[in-house]
Design a protein around this ligand. Sequence first.
Ligand code: UDP
Ligand code: MG
Length: 309
Amino acid sequence: MKIAIVVPCYNEEEMLPETTRQLLGIAERLKTECLADATLLYVDDGSRDRTWELIRAHAAENPCVHGLKLAHNRGHQQALWAGLDWASEHADAAISIDADLQDDVEAILSMVREFQNGKDIVYGVRKVRTTDTWFKRVTAQGFYRFVKWLGGDILYNHADFRLMSRRALKALQEFPERNMFLRGMVYSLGFPHSVVYYDRRERLAGESKYPLGKMLSFALDGITSFSVKPLRFIVYLGLFFILIALAAIVYALVSYFQGHVVPGWASLLVSLWFIGGAILLAVGTIGEYVGKIYSEVKRRPRYFIEQSV
Ligand code: UDP
Ligand code: MG
């Protein structure tokens, strides 16, 4: 049985030696404890430091280390996708993990055991986030809640640390979209799955490659890539404004008949709210169609067959 450990790297020269040391240690234990052959695949996401040279050196030293170099910095999700593509050809299962080893490498062993028990997908879920900064913790958890509220199906506190069987990888490859939010897509696959809990650690070296700006754009990408609810929200807002317009009409009429209004006030007040509401309603209606187009152009597969008898 072959397991590929896929590690996307962007400017991780400080982490690579330690990451390789620890992952090779895990590979050893996979061999003795689970009788599984592990290969390590580094995907260099267009780094500007010595990451690729280090990957090459490690690969030359050790036959089970492999590397892919993307020609350009494409972001974590795309780099991971490239690695999973490779793994789906070269291994029976792929485990994705960040290069900074904030996710517990020990959990890899439990993941492989779950895989050997017949699970197709094993999610790594963080128990507590005491090692993240206060800011990261609050924004990340707020994000999970917000996505749930929008109707998004994602697993709370699961990032991109997971095992996927070849079958699940092949299913994932059927998703043709370019705008990816992997943790949401994988979760929508179904298949037999289970969860492994672990403690998240601090980054051992280097700094986060996700500064606030990138984090925000990742969150926005995530939301807009699986939910059209923000569009529907415009319709509700329009309806709400029209309701206010109705209230304003009543209020204006009453004031008018009581006789203490400036000429022109009533018509202005009413049309202000009404036009606002009507415009939003119109935009929202168009949005509904845009949403339909959006989900159609993704051409997602309709179903996956898990078993047949
Ligand atoms: N990463 C990448 N391309 C990028 C940014 C990040 O491949 O453009 C990788 C990075 O090397 C790391 C993983 O994605 O292996 C997660 O990044 P990081 O640990 O900096 O994110 P954080 O844990 O702070 O959210
Ligand atoms: Mg990290």
